[in-house]
Ligand binder design. Structure first.
Ligand SMILES: [Zn+2]
Ligand SMILES: [Zn+2]
Length: 105
């Protein structure tokens, strides 16, 4: 039996105490100026992630409970952008400093 703690995707401890929603908000602000359709894609993904179990800790920015680490989130977003918005995915990776060769789950 596993505890409900840490990231729900990679199962690692959440070290960066910023929730994916705060990071998502930042990404969406950037995407808004690029392609509004992609903002919708991200919102759909966020909706799914919000339904996951919670880690006990809370985000230092918004005070909501955490469940997915920002590394996994950034990875998911970069996958989505590659699929739906290849024209912005490279810029995204540079801007948000994404290491795509990271773990896969
Ligand atoms: Zn993770
Ligand atoms: Zn937050």
């Amino acid at each position: 039996m596993k505890y409900n703690s840490g990231c729900m995707l990679c199962e690692g401890p959440i070290v960066n105490l910023i929730c994916f929603r705060c990071m998502g908000d930042e990404i969406k602000v950037w995407l808004q100026g690029k392609d509004k359709k992609l903002v919708k894609v991200l919102e759909g993904n966020d909706f799914l992630l919000k339904s996951y179990n919670r880690d006990g800790r809370i985000c230092i920015e918004c005070g909501r409970e955490m469940n997915v680490c920002v590394d996994c989130y950034a990875y998911e977003v970069s996958e989505l952008l590659e699929l739906y918005g290849p024209h912005v995915s490279n810029e995204f990776k540079q801007l948000f400093n994404i290491q795509v060769e990271r773990h896969r789950y």
